[in-house]
Design a protein around this ligand. Structure first.
Ligand code: RFL
Ligand code: PHB
Length: 390
């Protein structure tokens, strides 16, 4: 089998790239190790930047998002009994965000792609990518218990943090910058109307908490927990009591409801450079991850494939390789901005178990600064709502 662009992974990055190429008449095949139900059910991101919404609209994948996505004009910060709302449109040039679950983005893209009869193979696990520096990179994969090969003009690794595409870059070429954080998140979904209209990010001496949502009927909440936390040690009542304590604010009450899912997620930052070697490209979590406090991961993945889709189509139609050659540098500039923002949000809001009272006072000084200075608040708003695409 041969294709022009072989894409590994049917997360948001792989699916959006495939959609973009397919619409432009560029032949591509997506290989996804998991089955469709698994990919569509994985609970993850919830906040879409304006440029992410625009990118989905551009490939005709925003019909349901435009009807059901919740438009958010700000977030609330809470600390030390104080609360401050950061207003996006007034601080970030009219920009706002959408709350629409990643599961729904993935469902919408899968449905469109399959309806077009485009090549999207579930249960196809890539084992390796060979020949990155030749004219014919090859993906070796297994499907239905059989070993198979897909030769390509280009390979794009959209296979997430644990993917195999990164290994196609020789050790001497690839450089990874990483940071682990000394805590994790316990995330829950609950069948209860959100207790707020906008997201609430709470700093507390007991640890960080975040109130997000999926719909007017479903709440999504997160608690900072120690590494190695077993979700089974957190029965419903313990979770709600802890959320109550961390969000505590006069006159505010957190509504409780049945918890339908709970899981623990690690907090990491990592960037692999460059994002291209020969004819193999990395996009999304395969190249970089951020701790979720800044809501940037999905948006970065989308930005990468917007840049890459444009470059591949230009190369295909005009023969020009300038955009492909610039891909890694173009993306990394945005990636490092988002890495810094995610790190800053994370360390401003979480309690470091090895931290000192001095560290806590610095966090409070920064939160006070955001409340007192429109310049500091604008810096948060501009980063949160996202930079325009290059
Ligand atoms: P994905 O979504 O991980 O998709 C990778 C796909 O590749 C498949 N795969 C393979 N397929 C074939 N062969 C192999 N060898 C393969 N190895 C892997 C996998 O099965 C999978 O289908 O990566 P992608 O497309 O780059 O998308 C990235 C986003 O998923 C991620 O950055 C976000 O979810 C991060 N994130 C958030 N981002 C935001 O922008 N806003 C948010 O509010 C937000 N909240 C979050 C988040 C991530 C979270 N978790 C679970 C880490 C909240 C959470 C809790
Ligand atoms: C979510 O809704 O899952 C969510 C929202 C904001 C974040 C992280 C996750 O910063």
């Amino acid at each position: 089998m041969h294709t022009t662009v072989g894409i590994i992974g049917a997360g948001p990055a792989g699916l959006l790239l495939a959609r973009t190429l397919h619409r432009a008449g560029v032949d591509c095949v997506v290989l996804e190790s998991r089955d469709r139900a698994h990919v569509e059910r994985r609970q993850r991101a919830g906040v879409l930047e304006q440029s992410t919404v625009d990118a989905l609209r551009a490939v005709g994948a925003a019909g349901r998002l435009d009807r059901e996505g919740l438009v958010h004009d700000g977030v609330e910060l809470r600390w030390e009994g104080r609360a401050h709302r950061v207003d996006f449109p007034s601080l970030a040039n009219g920009r706002r965000v959408r709350v629409y679950a990643q599961t729904e983005v993935v469902k919408d893209l899968v449905a469109l792609h399959l309806a077009d009869g485009a090549a999207l193979r579930f249960g196809a696990e890539a084992r390796s990518v060979d020949g990155a520096d030749t004219g014919r990179p090859t993906i070796r994969y297994t499907q239905g218990g059989r070993d198979r090969t897909l030769t390509c003009d280009y390979v794009v690794g959209c296979d997430g943090f644990h993917g195999v595409a990164r290994a196609a870059f020789p050790e001497g070429i690839r450089r990874t910058y990483a940071r682990a954080y000394p805590y994790a998140w316990l995330g829950i979904l609950a069948d209860v109307a959100p207790s707020c209209d906008e997201l609430v990010y709470a700093h507390s001496r007991r640890g960080f908490a975040l109130h997000s949502m999926r719909s007017p009927e479903v709440s999504r909440l997160y608690l900072q927990v120690p590494h190695g936390t077993d979700p089974a040690d957190w029965p419903d009542e313990r979770i709600w009591d802890e959320l109550d304590a961390r969000f505590a604010r006069d006159g505010w009450e957190l509504a409780r409801g049945p918890i339908t899912s709970r899981s623990v997620l690690p907090m990491r930052s990592s960037v692999t450079e460059p994002m291209r070697y020969g004819r193999v490209f990395l996009a999304g979590d395969a190249a970089h991850i951020v701790p979720p406090t800044g809501a940037k991961g999905l948006n970065l993945a989308v930005a990468d494939v917007v840049v890459l889709g444009r470059a591949l189509i230009r190369h295909r139609t005009t023969g020009a390789s300038d955009l492909l050659d610039a891909y890694s540098d173009t993306c990394l500039r945005r990636v490092w901005r988002a890495e810094h923002f995610s790190y800053a949000m994370t360390t401003m809001l979480h309690t470091d178990p090895a931290g000192s009272p001095f560290d806590t006072r610095l966090q409070i000084a920064q939160l006070d600064r955001i409340a007192d200075s429109p310049h500091a608040a604008a810096e948060l708003a501009v980063n949160y709502t996202g930079l325009p695409l290059p």
